[in-house]
Write a protein that binds this ligand. Structure first.
Ligand SMILES: *Cc1c(COP(=O)(O)O)cnc(C)c1O
Length: 825
């Protein structure tokens, strides 16, 4: 669905400044999520901590031309060809737009609220109903004042049912969400204590939540929940009351029996006093059962037969939890849960820790931050926490935060316990240094700096370092940009950990210098970037079939090279409720590695892309096999022609702009006329010109130090297999770097050298796993002196030539136990 900018402006009662034609399909509130700048309108929202207006220049530079603002930028002249839609309040405007959009649809819409279980009910309704109708639902837990309008915006021509959650934390919020969602069917999940601090009583909160159902035709809730049923009865809402109960057989859905087995539960019910049915679901916990019952009521009301219901209930899947497991230092395993800290999610995480098998029977440790916004008094809250963790078998407890420190007495029954006001206090303590052979659950609100704590616990150290010159990276970037037109976009390839230089820091530098895209090989590399605060658009060149969910969660845009991959991705996107996810289409024009065949596949590709709305082509590209050598110029021309034709055909089938790109580093320099919309810069960024093997601005220098020196008399040998024969009385130095660090064995036996105080020191004998021996007989040096393996004074190409390989291989082979040190001179 799209709106002209004039239409959109009138819907939100804005004053339109600028009269540039634009059709808007995408609504953006978080600049990090930008994908389709040309068709996007950005709402500059103001919150306590953030002001979206600050991101306007950056978004303008990335191609956005439509902004909803509360105030105009100082220098309007810096934003030519731009529409500004002036409103009094951007958030209200966003909500108003969603409200208007919603009115276009005359379909059933389910609104879900309650304290717990909203996301689970939403996801399960999707799982139960999506085979019968096209369901549009809120992504993840988008249930806030911003999340709800963004969710409703997803309704489109194909939608046959909407399922949206609404969450509130304060009075007066629900009525705004009600106006946007306008649910025809309301579902009330359980009522609990979350956000209670802003409400006088549970009843008051319940009434506020019920406002969502003001104009609904039916409301689903549990008759057994006294507060909820009382509040519904005293309301004068006209809705049909679809109640369920385990005690009262006059309700719409009477639960006759619940039978728990090992991993399943069977529920027998009577629907509307007539139909007897039963279903089995693969869960046994109370919360899942109640949520499944709510879902069953909705499904039956919408016309699912008891038989269909039973078939689908049996296959319900759990709704994912965000917990990560990492290997830590000193034999520890870390379980990291950055999900909002509340007592319910703590319980889930503890449960997860307990269920993970641990063959070594290690101690279970919990590091917990203060729990914010529980609505309970602190003493009551931490008594409950203490009771819970004792019950869950935590042997060692580390509490971080002033409230926990204050309430330490609550933990009297835990044998080993420590309290620190801040993460920093903990990190500098003996307790931190003493962590070893434990399974550690880290559960902390982000504001306590638990990210940093995790980083320290998984840290690696080693003596040999790879020094990375970030200023040289920028100089190389600018060198290649000088071949490109100002409007040509750039992808920087930082796969293989930034060609060995360390993707995260390189990415931070590139982001600062406003490159349009970063590209990595695998999903884990992309996740690492996101976790380190990289917000640029990221492409994944080799998405694994098993990690699509991670792609969506971290907004990582995959390369798509085959129908099999496309189908699997679309399926996963549908399952997760993802729509309009950007992908990059690869065409095979001669590499014959990965990609669609431009001769035979394009029509089918267009058909399949058009059949669905989960993914959307953002770019189309191909790769030269030999842009680094003139010998292949004719083949390159042939590749370009094929690509040009295939990519134009794809573009012609779509209304939105699809970026076309083919030039890599050597291509940018050699075929600037083929730069199209975007180029992909790889090796050049790291200072190596693959066309002539020369170094532009050297980025990486691999360094170590002399560990020990000794005199070895003529006739002796050094190293394994007596390969290092000493032909004159010599001084031999040992350096702590071996093939396990990436120093190739072929460099040994005097085939290559390193530099000691500027002089060449040949490798003698076989290079060992962790140590190499070098001849320093004629060099003025001592133990502790620095040694350069390659870098500023010894080009990496010297090593790659000896190894009969390309510099790419030497750079990417530096193992990750070698610490990277970044500097800017
Ligand atoms: C690695 C890679 C590049 C970068 O190539 P360089 O020769 O390092 O510039 C470009 N495109 C694709 C598809 C790649 O995989």
């Amino acid at each position: 669905m799209n709106y002209s900018v004039e239409k959109l402006s009138s819907l939100i009662d804005a004053k339109l400044i600028g009269n540039n034609k634009a059709n808007i399909s995408f609504v953006l509130t978080d600049s990090r999520s930008l994908c389709f700048p040309e068709e996007t309108v950005f709402f500059a929202l103001k919150s306590e901590r953030n002001d979206g207006h600050h991101f306007i220049p950056e978004l303008y530079r990335r191609g956005v031309r439509n902004f909803v603002v509360q105030e105009l930028p100082d220098k309007l002249s810096e934003f030519p060809q731009t529409n500004f839609l002036m409103v009094a309040d951007s958030l209200t405007a966003l909500q108003q737009l969603a409200e208007c959009h919603r009115k276009e649809f005359h379909i059933p819409v389910i609104g879900i609220t309650g304290s717990n279980g909203k996301t689970m009910v939403k996801e399960w309704l999707y799982q139960l109903l999506s085979q019968n109708m096209n369901v549009t639902r809120s992504p993840r837990s988008y249930n806030s004042q911003i999340g709800v309008p963004l969710s409703l915006w997803l309704l489109n021509e194909q939608s046959q049912l909407g399922v949206f959650e609404a969450g509130i934390s304060k009075p007066k919020e629900m009525i705004r969400l009600q106006r946007i969602i306008q649910p025809t069917i309301g579902v009330m999940t359980s009522l609990g204590s979350a956000h209670q601090e802003n409400f006088g009583s549970l009843e008051e909160k319940c009434k506020e939540k019920l406002l969502l159902f003001k104009n609904a035709e039916a409301i689903v809730y549990s008759m057994d929940d006294e507060i909820v049923s009382k509040c519904v009865c005293t309301s004068d809402y006209p809705a049909l009351k679809l109640t369920w109960s385990m005690k009262d057989d006059t309700v719409a859905f009477y639960v006759r029996a619940i039978e728990k087995q090992n991993i399943n539960t069977t529920i027998a019910y009577t629907w509307k006093n007539k139909v007897n049915g039963k279903f089995t679901l693969p869960f046994i916990d109370e919360a899942s059962l109640k949520n499944a019952i709510s879902c069953a009521v909705v499904a039956l009301y919408l016309g699912l037969t008891p038989k269909e219901l039973a078939l689908r209930m049996e296959r319900l899947e759990p709704v994912a939890m965000r917990l990560e497991v990492k290997e830590g230092q000193h034999g520890c395993t870390l379980i990291n849960d950055s999900y909002n800290s509340d007592i319910n999610s703590l319980d889930i995480a503890l449960d997860f820790m307990n269920r993970r098998p641990d063959h070594k029977g290690r101690k279970r440790t919990l590091i917990l931050s203060d729990i914010l916004q529980s609505g309970k008094t602190e003493s009551r809250l931490y008594e409950e926490v203490a009771e819970l963790i004792e019950k869950r078998g935590v042997r060692k407890f580390i509490g971080i935060g002033t409230s926990l420190t204050h309430e330490c007495d609550a933990f009297k029954n835990i044998s080993e316990k420590f309290f620190f006001p801040t993460v920093a206090d903990f990190v500098h303590s003996e307790v931190f240094r003493g962590l070893s052979n434990e399974v550690i659950l880290l559960k902390g609100a982000r504001s306590f700096g638990f990210d940093r704590l995790t980083e320290l616990l998984v840290n690696k150290v080693h003596e040999t370092v790879l020094e990375v010159n970030l200023k040289a990276v920028v100089a190389n970037l600018n060198h290649y940009r000088s071949f490109m037109k100002p409007e040509t976009k750039l992808v920087c390839m930082i796969k293989a950990d930034g060609y060995g230089a360390g993707a995260v820091e390189i990415a931070k530098t590139l982001q600062e210098h406003r490159v349009d895209y970063l590209a990595v090989a695998v999903v884990d590399e992309g996740v690492a970037l996101r976790k380190n605060g990289i917000t640029s658009s990221i492409m994944i060149m080799n998405p694994e079939m098993s990690s699509f969910k991670t792609l969506f969660d971290y907004e990582l845009e995959p390369e798509i090279y085959s129908f099999r991959l496309l189908d699997a991705l679309v399926k996963a996107a549908q399952k997760e409720g993802v729509t309009g996810f950007p992908v990059h289409i690869k065409l095979d024009t001669g590499m014959h590695r990965l990609g669609f065949n431009p001769h035979t596949d394009i029509n089918e590709l267009i058909t399949r892309l058009k059949q669905q709305s989960s993914v959307i082509p953002r770019s189309v590209f191909s790769h030269f096999v030999g842009s680094d050598s003139n010998d292949f110029d004719r083949f390159s021309a042939h590749q370009f022609e094929l690509f040009d034709k295939g990519s134009k055909q794809l573009q012609a089938a779509f209304e939105h702009k699809i970026l076309r790109h083919i030039d890599n580093s050597a291509g940018i320099e050699h075929f600037p006329e083929r730069q199209l919309d975007m180029c992909r810069l790889g090796l050049g960024l790291y200072g190596i010109n693959s066309r002539n093997n020369e170094i532009l601005n050297n980025v990486s220098t691999l360094k170590t130090t002399i560990l020990q020196m000794r005199n070895v008399p003529k006739g002796d040998t050094v190293g394994y297999s007596r390969k290092g024969i000493i032909v004159r009385d010599s001084v031999i130095a040992a350096i702590p770097i071996g093939y396990a660090d990436g120093l190739n064995r072929r460099l040994g036996n005097r085939n290559c050298y390193c530099l000691v105080n500027g002089k060449k020191a040949p490798y003698v004998g076989n290079i060992c796993m962790d140590v190499a021996l070098i001849d320093v007989t004629d060099i003025d040096c001592k133990e502790g002196d620095s040694v350069e393996i390659f870098g500023d004074h010894l080009p990496v190409t010297v090593l790659s030539d000896v190894m009969e390989t390309i510099p790419y291989e030497v750079l990417t082979n530096v193992s990750n136990r070698v610490k990277r040190v970044y500097y800017q001179d």
